[in-house]
Design a protein around this ligand. Structure first.
Ligand code: ZN
Length: 229
């Protein structure tokens, strides 16, 4: 048997992976196996991962459908999410809606809430910005600042008492039913992203993965025109 990297006959047995023998090359020092249970990742499947993520398929289902290991899928989702660019829109004087949606991280209990705060354009339904974490002034402020940079006509939110300190009162609107579009959008997210479903035991084990999956979803539906992928 020859080394996959330097093609010399210098392999020695070195440990096992499950039932598969593992080898080390004495020439180049690389580890390898003669049989792998999962195939090598092909970057042409990036698009499939994005589609499956946007269709409510979880990590383990993706692993079974595409034939890659769960670790590969997780690493790839994080890599793809790190490439996502939030677009800059040209629209001014529009109405924006801002809302928060809860999800869990690590454990399913109220102290582990992780909130997804995001803003949409009421007319076009485009997502402007998103932040993850508690409902602190810092996290909400990040979204509000990027909405204010578009010179909005009005910002519609719910009656959470953090907003009046962040939004100038002449722009702020907390009328009942005014934020219907973003509340509808919350339901769409819960239907389409596996880890946001309610009344299941499927939820994110880390904040990093929650961020990555939601960013990929927004990229797939709203931002891909801008990133040209
Ligand atoms: Zn070698």
């Amino acid at each position: 048997m020859k080394c996959n990297y330097c093609s010399k006959n210098t392999l020695i047995c070195k440990g096992k992976r499950g039932i598969n023998q593992r080898y080390q090359c004495k020439n180049c020092g690389k580890y390898q196996q003669d049989f792998y249970s999962y195939k090598l990742y092909n970057s042409q499947d990036d698009k499939k991962i994005k589609i499956l993520n946007a269709e409510g398929v979880g990590i383990r289902s993706m692993s079974r459908i595409l034939g890659y290991s769960q670790g590969t899928i997780i690493r790839r989702i994080q890599h793809l999410a790190s490439k996502v660019i939030k677009p800059i829109y040209s629209a001014n004087n529009e109405v924006y809606e801002v809302d928060e949606m809860w999800s869990f991280v690590e454990k399913k209990k109220p102290s582990n809430y992780c909130w997804i705060t995001y803003a949409i354009n009421r007319r076009t339904h485009e997502v402007i910005d998103v932040s993850f974490g508690s409902r602190s002034k810092e996290n909400l402020g990040k979204v509000i600042r990027s909405v204010l940079s578009y010179k909005p006509k009005k910002i519609v939110t719910d009656k959470l008492n953090t907003y009046p300190g962040l939004i100038p009162s002449e722009l702020h609107d907390t009328t009942r039913y005014a934020n219907n579009r973003i509340e509808r959008s919350n339901l769409t997210l819960r239907t389409n992203i596996k880890r946001l479903s309610r009344k299941t035991i499927c939820f994110s084990k880390s904040k990093k993965m929650l961020e990555a999956c939601v960013l990929l979803y927004f990229d797939y539906h709203y931002w891909k025109i801008c990133t040209k992928k």
